[in-house]
Design a protein around this ligand. Structure first.
Ligand code: AMP
Length: 507
């Protein structure tokens, strides 16, 4: 192909003409666009000096810092493959990732150096560096010896930019291989769909080991030449302090729940904001409505995954439709989404089925898992997302998708399909209920039995018999849980996803 498909080249094309302006603002320090270019160039020169074959992997398990973002950009610039690892992973998990991906370079927090060095030695990673949350570490001192200018390499569209390991709640975690073109296509689609502007200020509080914070948020701001307020993690006090200087916030639903739980979060505080975006896990109707009532603004919910980046979004531009709570909106420009039955036949609107997708954003396959990759794509190239959903439905336009759950969370009880979300919605609407999760557990008669775990609103008591009695009046018998457990909270991972595997173990 002609030209350079390198993602850094694309992003840098969006940097503002005046590169001395602030690009990344941390509570204690600012970085300009020139700094992004120079610091990533230093890392890129260091990586290039290691003389690694193109496509070598650079595994990074560090806390969030501007330097960590610039290290990612350096990998793009040199044609190396960035492999971010969740900071929560412990030795046994990291060992699996290092032995599976065989990175040539590993960068870790200095507090983990001992055990990571040992793992790296065992898995053949010849270069180990440190990088800490304060932006210092051996990778920075090594880069300091190098030039701060770097000619970004020329990449082909299908050259790998990153490998993201899926959370692997069932079975082995799989490495989703994302190309420069996959990531570039999505960044461009979102830039226009969400109306990114160079005078936007993104409140960035998400982790950067995941598609949401690393790609959706950072690419959006970089490509628009927009400033980021860069915080190491979500913290209500800091969010409240920085919202009045921001125009866009991205978060997982938990962030919005926590903001609403704080009386200091008011409409006045949002006067400069133009867009609140939620994703990575379903946003409860209660949060969607509560947010509207408190701020007068409507959260925009979108849907995507590691393998595909973003797939659908509620509209930003009201001429495309309104933002509808409980839905994940419309397929993004260039992305095709279909809902099919188990034989891959397209279902009519309002019918629940498997969500399949196609588009320039969809990954090339799973790292060193050709068999798994073949299974997850149809013969005509649609990716099986593993999500269950429907287009349209009562009072919902036909082009809006709603996600009902993961296909592996589908419960088959006495031969009947039970979609957890349907029951969760009924329970969530009951007075005194904060939220709920419905799971299937092994049952001698039914194969699986429906079980609900219900969390009361703060200060409220719930009666499981009463919940059961109400469910019996509104649901077919086979959907009514055999047991209701009341719990103080639901187990969630860092991206706000309810960990149903843990619930299935515990109940
Ligand atoms: P990950 O690869 O970690 O980003 O997880 C992707 C999965 O998160 C998707 O396949 C969905 O199951 C779920 N997900 C992401 N966004 C949403 C959303 N807005 N509503 C419901 N589920 C979502």
């Amino acid at each position: 192909m002609k030209g350079n498909a390198n993602l850094y080249a694309l992003l840098a094309g969006g940097f503002p003409a005046d590169r001395s302006q602030a690009a990344i603002v941390c509570p204690d320090k600012e970085y300009s666009w020139n700094d992004i270019d120079a610091i990533s160039a230093g890392f890129a020169n260091l990586l290039q000096s290691l003389d690694l074959p193109l496509g070598s992997r650079v595994a990074v398990q560090t806390e969030k810092s501007p330097q960590a973002l610039m290290l990612y950009l350096a990998c793009l610039r040199t044609g190396l493959v960035y492999l971010p690892l969740n900071t929560a992973y412990r030795a046994a998990e990291v060992e699996y990732f290092l032995s599976d991906a065989e990175p040539a370079v590993v960068v870790c927090d200095s507090s983990n150096l001992d055990w990571i060095q040992a793992l790296a030695d065992n898995t053949g990673a010849s270069h180990v560096y440190t990088l800490d949350e304060d932006g210092t570490g051996s990778v920075c001192s090594a880069a300091a010896a190098h030039s701060t200018t770097f000619q970004t390499v020329t990449s082909q569209s299908d050259d790998l930019a990153a490998i993201l390991y899926t959370s692997g709640t069932t079975g082995r975690s799989k490495g989703a291989m994302l190309s420069h073109a996959n990531l570039g296509a999505n960044a461009q689609a979102l830039k226009s769909y969400w109306g990114w502007r160079s005078d936007d200020v993104l409140l960035h509080m998400l982790p950067i080991f995941h598609v949401h914070g690393l790609f959706v948020a950072s690419h959006g701001a970089l490509l628009a030449g927009a400033k980021m307020i860069w915080l190491p993690r979500f913290n209500v006090d800091q969010a409240l302090a920085y919202l009045p200087q921001s125009t866009i916030m991205m978060g997982v639903p938990t962030y919005y729940v926590r903001l609403l739980a704080d009386a200091r979060f008011t409409r006045d505080l949002c006067s400069t904001m133009r867009l609140f975006i939620s994703g990575s896990a379903p946003l409860l109707m209660e949060t969607f409505d509560g947010f509207q009532a408190r701020t007068g603004m409507t959260i925009l919910e979108r849907y995507g995954m590691s393998e595909t980046n973003m797939l659908t979004s509620n509209p930003y531009d009201s001429s495309l439709g309104e933002r509808i709570g409980g839905t994940v909106g419309q397929p993004l420009p260039g992305v095709s989404v279909r809902v099919v039955d188990d034989q891959d036949q397209i279902l009519p609107v309002a019918q629940v089925g498997n969500v399949q997708v196609r588009g320039p954003n969809v990954f090339a396959g799973y790292w060193r898992m050709p068999e798994k990759t073949r299974e997850e794509f149809t013969s005509d190239g649609w990716f099986r997302t593993g999500d269950v959903g429907q287009f349209g439905g009562p009072a919902i336009p036909d082009n809006y998708l709603s996600i009902v759950g993961r296909s592996k969370d589908l419960i088959i009880s006495g031969g009947f399909n039970v979609y957890p979300k349907e029951i969760e919605l009924v329970i969530d609407a009951m007075p005194g209920v904060h939220e709920s999760a419905v799971i299937g557990v092994p049952h001698p008669d039914f194969g699986e039995a429906v079980v609900a775990v219900v969390v009361p609103k703060e200060g409220q008591e719930l009666n499981s018999d009463q919940i059961l009695a109400t469910l019996k009046t509104s649901l077919a018998n086979f959907k009514v849980p055999k047991k209701i457990h009341i719990a103080a909270e639901l187990p969630r991972n860092t991206m706000g996803k309810v960990q149903k595997n843990i619930l299935r173990q515990n109940y």
